[in-house]
Design a protein around this ligand. Sequence first.
Ligand SMILES: [Zn+2]
Length: 178
Amino acid sequence: MSTDKHIVLDVGHANGTGACGHGLEEHEVCAELAVLLKRLLVLRGFTVSVIDYPEQSNAMDLNRTVAACNALQPDFIVSLHCDCSANEAAQGAHVCYLSRKGLTMARCIAGRLCELLPGRAESVVPRANLAILRRTHAPAVLVECGFLSNAADAAMLRDNLPGVAAAISQGITDYFEN
Ligand SMILES: [Zn+2]
């Protein structure tokens, strides 16, 4: 498949400021996931930009991320995150969206990702208050790749991050092929 599509991968949060659990840390997991995902998407013909400001505060990271996304004008923004909950039984991936294109992409990614990280009643969730969805001009989704606080999700992220990257890559490809 060849494509002229440009994808921005946003590594959620700055270093050490996100979710933690089972020896994993959100920024670290998402940074590694972005590297794997970029490799897969480039093989499929996408142009990929990874945005990451690990040394900023969370607020600075978000402001710079939004500005970078709006300067790059990609075809889609995919922001990578992990969840955390005081309820250790909470598990599963879900994808947040705001726009109509976002909903379609959220369904494409969740359809693949939730096979590996099941458990959420709602695999796609509308969110009006997320800056990465609300303040960016390009269509965007925010992917929550399971709960670091849940043993099964953490094991999947630790032991099969390439599989998680492949699922998201396939979902993005599904969106542009249909
Ligand atoms: Zn997050």
